[in-house]
Ligand binder design. Structure first.
Ligand SMILES: NC(=O)c1ccc[n+]([C@@H]2O[C@H](COP(=O)([O-])OP(=O)(O)OC[C@H]3O[C@@H](n4cnc5c(N)ncnc54)[C@H](OP(=O)(O)O)[C@@H]3O)[C@@H](O)[C@H]2O)c1
Length: 218
């Protein structure tokens, strides 16, 4: 499958590694341009591209940049994507890093903010997953205790595509509801960073509170 990855850092780099290893055709972009991605391209076989070109023909696009960089993504970067493209948002809001974003502070789920910035619905996934775990903790389907990831989003077809891809990567998934419910997996919630299986993730999502914790604020 053609996959575009925008952001080649901790998460984008490791998704590039695993998705190319699974045989997907990956185009990867960062902010500094394709000439800075030759090492990753040589290592993985991914095609380094400009961010404006990463989504061309892609059935899945992963947006994995710091939240504060989302408004800087090129206008219309999804225009050439395949029809029905699933856009994965791995982002988290950290005001210490991203600056204060009033709408999110006022309770707008951070991925809802992101989809408004890019003008396309997103599926929130991987946001609470340690980047290294993408490389190390994938297991075959049916493995007892297989790690599960919460996946939130409003488009059932896009969510199915993303859940199937995560299964290929070696993880179970839990449907964590629509994007309006995605505060349940934001930083500071019980599920954030939880490496549990499906039952543990379902329980952690149920225990979430919409109030940001003091630990997260600090
Ligand atoms: N690290 C984790 O374990 C982890 C886990 C789950 C979720 N997340 C979340 O996922 C997101 C990415 O995290 P990360 O740790 O992978 O970030 P990171 O290592 O800092 O990498 C960020 C990447 O985004 C690129 N980028 C920044 N601005 C861009 C722009 N305008 N256009 C295109 N590319 C741009 C950077 O490119 P340049 O280097 O060229 O600037 C870099 O490749 C964050 O929201 C983070 O909170 C992180």
């Amino acid at each position: 499958m053609k996959i575009g990855i925008i952001g080649a850092g901790n998460i984008g780099g490791n998704l590039t590694r695993r998705l190319t290893a699974l045989g997907h055709e990956v185009a990867v972009a960062n902010s500094r341009g394709p000439h800075t991605l030759t090492a990753l391209a040589e290592e993985t076989g991914a095609t380094p591209v400009a961010a404006a070109d990463a989504a061309k023909g892609a059935r899945v696009v992963v947006v994995t940049v710091p939240l504060k960089a989302v408004p800087d993504l090129p206008d219309g970067f999804l225009d050439g994507a395949a029809e029905g493209v699933a856009v994965i948002d791995t982002g988290n809001y950290y005001p210490q890093r991203d600056g204060r974003i009033a709408d999110i502070e006022d309770g707008l789920p951070e991925s809802r903010w992101t989809e408004r910035q890019i003008g396309h619905p997103v599926i929130k996934a991987f946001n609470g997953t340690y980047a290294q775990d993408i490389l190390d903790r994938g297991r075959p389907q049916g493995t007892p205790g297989r790690q599960a990831l919460p996946v939130a989003g409003d488009d059932p077809a896009a969510k199915r595509t993303v859940r199937d891809l995560i299964d290929e990567l070696g993880f179970d998934t839990v449907d964590s509801g629509g994007l309006g419910d995605s505060w349940r997996q934001q930083p500071g919630t019980p599920v954030y960073g939880d490496r549990g299986d499906v039952d543990a993730i379902v329980k952690a999502l149920a225990e979430a509170s919409p109030e940001r914790t003091a630990e997260w604020r600090a």
